[in-house]
Design a protein around this ligand. Structure first.
Ligand code: 5AD
Length: 365
């Protein structure tokens, strides 16, 4: 077999269809700066061609930090008894959604831990209220629930759902998520897709015992599942978790993972995740946007609660207002020759499917 070379492997991965998991694994393993730069550059071209130059803003409200789970990496895990727990009221949530609308943003992400006392009917009512009052896409990110609950929220007006697979290595998944199961996770993702949610998944990069082969499998899984959105961020150790002493995920590896997810999945919405910003310097969000990302999430959780939603440390250090943060993103966008988009940015997969149907119709006529 000819020796694998970076450029030819990158070309074959970019050429669509011919790429193998081994190619992706090889590219992920190229840790030098120049290889990372070339992979990012290829991803940026795919981003420009398939999703354009707009950097889409979304607003997130972390409405409850109660969690019944014990995920080894997450600061919200049940065993962290040192954390003050909160659950926002319907009125508080609607007020925060109002702030998002005022900023001109057209998507709200409602996120929480797996709050066992969250009443599905209460959440359905919150979704209905948001849809009544605001012209906004509603994205849910509240973890694993039954298909009936997912249906209830979809019928109430939920448009999108985020549920990261975290890792597609079932053994690693089991170690990180005591009491949970990889099969349940897949069941939930399948239910969400078949209920018509625009579905987002994603993974954590740089976990101990996670190999480039594992990450390559994650990316191939994302392509096969054809998710609408993917959140990819580095592991950040939290002092009150079993992984407190583990090293932080490597930023270069995270950027290569993000870039290869862009190259393989083409028109997916990919955020420059908060975790990237925390793990890197101030420049890291810019790097993620240059590596294939096209979305930035702004935190609209009220200041009184924000610091208690500590899935990892350093998440909410910015004392800047949303207006100031939007200005910062505009500056970054400008230096990249791009612009901030306030569009709803629904799934491009659906639009492409519609376009495909239209093309077929045109051809048939
Ligand atoms: N480091 C990086 N990402 C984390 N998440 C939770 N804890 C951590 C951590 N310590 C991510 C998970 C989860 C999302 C809400 O936050 O991927 O899906």
């Amino acid at each position: 077999m000819p020796e694998r070379n970076l450029q030819s492997t990158l070309n074959s991965v970019c050429d669509n269809g011919t790429s193998t998991r081994a190619d992706v694994e090889f590219l992920l393993a190229q840790g030098d700066r120049d290889s990372t730069r070339r992979i990012m550059h290829a991803a940026d071209e795919v981003r420009s061609r398939y999703v354009g130059d707009g950097i889409v803003l979304r607003g997130i409200i972390e409405f409850s930090n109660y969690c019944r789970n014990t995920c080894a990496y997450c600061g919200l895990n049940t065993f962290n008894t040192n954390l003050a727990r909160y659950r926002m009221t319907r009125e508080q949530i609607l007020e925060s959604v109002g702030n998002i609308a005022e900023a001109g943003i057209k998507t709200v992400v409602l996120q929480s831990g797996e709050d066992r006392d969250l009443d599905p009917f209460w959440l359905a009512q919150v979704i209905e209220d948001i849809k009544d009052k605001f012209d906004m896409a509603v994205t849910l990110s509240v973890g694993e629930w039954s298909e009936d609950d997912y249906r209830l929220w979809r019928q109430a007006g939920g448009d999108r759902y985020l549920l990261k697979i975290e890792t597609t290595n079932p053994t690693l998944y089991g170690l990180l998520h005591p009491g949970m199961s990889f099969e349940d996770r897949l069941r939930c993702l399948g239910d969400l897709k078949s209920l018509g949610y625009q579905t987002g998944s994603g993974s954590i990069v740089g976990l101990r015992n996670q190999t480039c082969g594992d990450l390559a499998r994650d990316i191939v899984f994302f392509k096969e599942q054809d998710f609408d959105m993917l959140g990819i961020g580095p592991f950040i150790p939290h002092h009150r978790t079993p992984l407190a002493d583990e090293p932080q995920g490597d930023l270069g590896l995270t950027l290569r993972t993000l870039s290869l997810a862009r190259i393989l999945t083409k028109d997916t919405h990919l955020p420059a995740t908060t975790a990237v910003g925390v793990a890197g310097s101030g420049d890291a969000v810019r790097s993620a946007l240059a590596a294939g990302a096209n979305v930035v999430m702004l935190n609209f959780t009220p200041p009184a609660y924000k610091r208690f939603y500590e899935i990892y440390p350093g998440k909410d250090d910015s004392a800047h207002s949303s207006g100031q943060i939007i200005k910062e993103i505009e500056t970054i966008a400008h230096t990249l020759g791009r612009y901030v988009s306030l569009s709803r940015a629904d799934s491009l997969k659906q639009r492409n499917e519609n376009m495909l149907q239209k093309q077929t119709l045109v051809r048939e006529n």
